[in-house]
Design a protein around this ligand. Structure first.
Ligand SMILES: NC(=O)c1ccc[n+]([C@@H]2O[C@H](COP(=O)([O-])OP(=O)(O)OC[C@H]3O[C@@H](n4cnc5c(N)ncnc54)[C@H](O)[C@@H]3O)[C@@H](O)[C@H]2O)c1
Length: 462
């Protein structure tokens, strides 16, 4: 398995890799067209919190202004709120006429149709639709920014890797929202870890332990005559509460833990080969979602190095949200707080406190948030004709995340290969869904959805 690549790889390295890959495959790398000073536009598909943020990040880049020209969502009110907020922030760059606002499961096609070559389609719906949207954007030959996670099951992981071969053949630039990789502080730390400043890595630790987050805890669906905004069907309601459903997001596990898992693997320069985990549900009362509220995972790399990831969503419990790399000569803090919180730092010994600190990342003149930086790097690649494709790495990070979740939900050890090649598809037929489609998981008579049963259901999560 290839080690994770860095989006900060210098151009020389990228080109070297491209030439070698090309020679090996016996094919020519397509000429990479540079958009130069041409007008770049973006289309937003999934107009929620992150989508509104990502479109704002795109429009905030320096250079010739980038315009938002189309928006797509399944809920009218979500699109409207996002449009109003973006129009206030970027009055001259939001150029979305009424006939460029689209609602429905096929809205993504209409939004992508508003783009021209070199423009960027932004995929910020819940994870389940990535492959569907990716396929159409590739057909249309536009660049893409897709949020994490990329997949939650084996069939979609393999499909996206396969689709990506077409994206690469067309020379499309594709960013994946694992924004740790674009944190300038973490890039500095990665260089120091690679230079041996903490010695050989012995083990790594990540923690995302907090109270209930996002839509991970759901009460029973109130029925189709509900008073919720947009009066959602059960399918649309599940989508609007996507952290609660494994088919929609990989659950709270995949959505919340992927950043630490990804950046710790980046520090190690490899993906783990297997994982065992524990997890459980306690005090769930009337909640009907599919999540456990506690998880503890032990990942093992080929050389025996361990990565421990602990996650918890629980009221009244101890909170901890940071990540660490322990080496033979010292310890590094990767994310000081949150997913990517800075400054990353290096410490003498194994106790990372202020006294033991020997280095801390500096904020350079170009340092903004890593969400902003990931757009700086993508737009730089588009404008300056550089190859840029983060999909393979995004799928691999998603598969590794899925291993931790699957191992906890089944109480079995799972390898990378087993997870990638697993046959259970969580949202079959999603490419043909309409507003009248049935929800892919059904509630029992009490309104509860199937939950994992570790040790009982051993080869599937639900
Ligand atoms: N990288 C990060 O730090 C980060 C942070 C937050 C969210 N995210 C990711 O971004 C994605 C969205 O998260 P969010 O917090 O913005 O959620 P959200 O619920 O605020 O937004 C999602 C939007 O997508 C819409 N939508 C759902 N299905 C759709 C479809 N088929 N077509 C068009 N629109 C559809 C929803 O109606 C909603 O408006 C998730 O995958 C999440 O993991 C990443």
């Amino acid at each position: 398995m290839n080690p994770p690549s860095s989006s900060s790889t210098p151009r020389r390295e990228f080109l070297k890799t491209a030439v070698v890959a090309s020679a090996l495959a016996g094919v020519k790398i397509p000429a990479v067209h540079a958009a130069g000073s041409e007008q770049l536009n973006v289309a937003l598909i999934g107009c929620g919190g992150r989508g509104t943020g990502a479109a704002g990040n795109a429009m905030g880049q320096s250079g010739p202004p980038i315009n938002l020209v189309a928006m797509a969502d399944v809920f009218d009110h979500r699109l409207k709120n996002s449009f109003e907020s973006l129009s206030k922030q970027n009055p001259n760059q939001v150029k979305v006429k009424d006939d460029q606002k689209f609602i429905g499961f096929d809205a993504y096609k209409k939004a992508i149709d508003c783009l021209k070559k070199d423009d960027v389609a932004i995929f910020t719906t819940p994870m389940a639709f990535r492959a569907v949207h990716f396929k159409y954007a590739i057909e249309k030959g536009v660049n893409i920014f897709m949020e994490k996670p990329v997949t939650s099951d084996g069939p979609k992981s393999r499909l996206i890797l396969e689709l990506n071969k077409q994206a690469e053949a067309k020379g499309l630039r594709v960013g994946v929202g694992l924004n740790s990789r674009h944190s300038r502080g973490m890039q500095q730390l990665k260089e120091r870890v690679d230079n041996g400043e903490i010695g050989d890595i012995m083990f790594m630790r990540g923690y995302r332990m907090a109270g209930p987050i996002g839509s991970a805890f759901s009460e029973k669906y109130p029925g189709k005559d509900n008073d919720l905004p947009g009066k959602p069907s059960e399918l649309l309601w599940q989508l609007s509460r996507f952290h609660s459903f494994l088919w929609a997001s990989g659950g709270g596990f995949s959505d919340f833990f992927i950043h630490h898992i990804d950046h710790l693997c980046w520090m190690k320069g490899a993906w783990p080969i297997k994982c065992q985990s524990v997890g459980g549900r306690t005090n769930r009362g009337s909640y009907v979602d599919q999540n456990f509220d506690s998880y503890a995972c032990e990942y093992t790399f080929e050389d025996g190095t361990k990565l421990y990831m602990d996650g918890r969503c629980m009221v009244g419990a101890y909170s901890h949200y940071s990540s660490y790399v322990h080496g033979t000569k010292g310890v590094a803090i990767c994310a000081k707080n949150g997913d990517t919180g800075q400054p990353s730092s290096i410490h003498k010994g194994q106790n990372p406190d202020r006294k033991s600190q020997v280095w801390a990342a500096e904020e350079g003149p170009t340092e903004k948030s890593s969400h902003f930086n990931e757009w700086t790097d993508l737009i730089d690649a588009i404008r300056n004709g550089k190859p840029f494709n983060e999909v393979k790495r995004g799928v691999e990070a998603s598969v590794v995340t899925n291993m931790g979740r699957f191992a906890a939900h089944t109480a079995q050890e799972v390898t990378f290969e087993q997870m990638l090649n697993h046959e259970h598809e969580y949202a079959p037929g999603i490419e043909n869904w309409t507003m009248d489609s049935e929800a892919p998981v059904k509630a029992d008579k009490d309104g509860k959805y199937p939950v994992p049963e570790p040790g009982v259901k051993k080869d599937r999560e639900f």
